[in-house]
Design a protein around this ligand. Structure first.
Ligand SMILES: Nc1ncnc2c1ncn2[C@@H]1O[C@H](COP(=O)(O)OP(=O)(O)OP(=O)(O)O)[C@@H](O)[C@H]1O
Length: 258
């Protein structure tokens, strides 16, 4: 479903250049839920933005949902959904209408767009919130609408950047349930970035741990735990062992507000 080959991104010019992502190589099978994990500044958002065609790579390439990232970015965009950290929900207008308008941008007729918006809201349990505007919703409700925008065009792969950032534990668990349902009932492949080790452990089939732009581990949570000498490591200990740093404990701030 996804094959990434030596993908790299350098920001800025020589002298002040930042190698945000270096030689990133991995593959994702259809229907997998992959967690991209790493300390602040590790390169997770940069990697995600490259894989979703929003940022041109400096080197390397990838095939995403059957389309080459460099040769056919439009093909990639048609087959994927992306939910950014800052979300997708606008303000002021009823979200049901916004969803239908967005669906028309994917080429649906007004009638098809209304049907699809209704279908997606039903799937995510937010149909009763259709007349509400973004600013009247709770964080968890807004996150569901963000997901709805990402799913309108029936993507085969969904990229979620810090999907549960700022949500309380109960709402995060509900979101995990939704993500699992998307995979189980609709076969959607999911790549998500997260700071939460419990989220990575509970939700992801496989974790890619990135540190200073480099992939330092690729394996299931169980496999990674067994790599730490002693064999009884928590994911927190794996993280510390691989990166030499403590896993982030403090609540990271959403990028849009920083
Ligand atoms: N537009 C930019 N110009 C220059 N440097 C950038 C730019 N965007 C990101 N960086 C740098 O690239 C590196 C990786 O940033 P990125 O946002 O991808 O990390 P991240 O793992 O998503 O971090 P966080 O967990 O804090 O969201 C950091 O050193 C960051 O400062």
């Amino acid at each position: 479903m996804i094959k990434v080959s030596r993908l790299g991104k350098t920001y800025g010019k020589a002298g002040a250049a930042v190698d945000a992502v270096r030689d990133l190589t991995f593959a994702v099978d259809p229907g997998e839920i992959i967690g991209l994990l790493g300390p602040n500044g590790a390169g997770k958002t940069t990697a995600m933005r490259m894989l979703t065609t929003l940022l041109p790579p400096t080197s390397g390439t990838a095939v995403v949902a059957g389309h080459d990232l460099l040769a056919d970015p439009v093909g990639v965009r048609r087959r994927i959904g992306y939910v950014a950290q800052s979300g997708a929900t606008g303000y002021g207008r009823p979200l049901g209408e916004e969803l239908a308008d967005q669906a028309m941008l994917y080429g649906m007729s007004r009638r098809e767009a209304l049907l699809r918006a209704g279908e997606v809201m039903e799937l995510l349990g937010i149909a009763d919130l259709a007349p509400r505007a973004g600013e009247t919703l709770s964080g968890g409700q807004r996150r569901r609408f963000d997901l709805a925008f990402g799913l309108l065009h029936r993507p085969s792969a969904l990229f979620l950047d810090e999907p549960s950032l700022g949500l309380d534990p109960g709402t995060r668990a509900e979101l995990w349930h939704l993500v699992r349902e998307l995979r189980e009932d609709h076969g959607v492949t999911v790549v998500l970035s997260t700071h939460y080790l419990d989220e990575a452990d509970a939700l992801c089939d496989r974790l890619l741990i990135v540190d200073r732009g480099t992939l330092v581990a690729d394996g299931s949570p169980g496999e990674l735990k067994s790599r730490v000498p002693g064999g009884t490591a928590t994911l927190d200990e794996v993280f510390r062992w691989l990166t030499g740093r403590k896993a982030p404990k403090e609540e990271p701030q959403p990028k849009a507000l920083v």
